[in-house]
Design a protein. Sequence first.
Length: 293
Amino acid sequence: MWARVWGFLYSNYFRFWLKWILRLLTGKCELQRVLGGAESGAQRTLSMMSSFLMKSFTILRNAVHVEEAEVEKCVRDVMKEKKIEQKDTGFKTNLHISLLQISSYKKLYLNVENLRKVPYDSENEEHEEQLIELWNLLMPHENLKARISKQWCDIGFQGDDPKTDFRGMGLLGLVNLVYFSKHYTNEARQILSRSNHPKLGYSYAIVGINLTEMAYSLLKTGALKAHLYNMVSELPQMEHFHQFYCYLVYEFDKFWFEEEPESIMHFNQYREKFHEKIKGLLLDYNVVLTLQD
């Protein structure tokens, strides 16, 4: 009860006077203090977002929804609204970077979503080339005897034709698998080998597609904001999403063998445990989750 009373009093009375006193003492408004005092990256951008969303000014509240092309104009409008002089280049630069990060995160999500919506098409030459590339990267010493083959099970697909396994994540699942295999070839082959363990084995490709869904859901809910804002100074790109996926694949394999599940039948239980672990790590404002770590 007292916490609610204090919250009401602070929000409606004390906060106003505290901000007024701080502005009097520092000569800076709240936004200048937030953008000037917080460390670059997630701390600065997420603090700015929280500050903007608490404002009654339409310009400020709308700033967190700005498109990339409108960022420069939005910066000028905010500075005019808050009576901040244009010569305050530090504030201007920090605000510009933070708004770019926010708009680029939304753009990245849309790009990922669009790729996820593309169904795997066996009649599409580019799709087929990527699938064959995945095989060649993972199984360089074994030729694929036919496009429809039980050999696909050797890299963790469920049946003779992998296209049926991409239904949930569309082309995004394949692109992720190829990216990891191409940029971390040794790690991908090692993990594929470990996935054939007689007791702790799992279906490499199917689990990889499942981890694509995990990365996608974390992006969609906004859970990746701190990680991406710390990892990229301005514009998160598809490359950075793929990098996060690589981290998940590498870390899940370690997690699976450390946990030593009784059988693959318990996959969903351990998958959710791993998901919760990652979500916990992402709550840290200073988080950066990369495979190199």
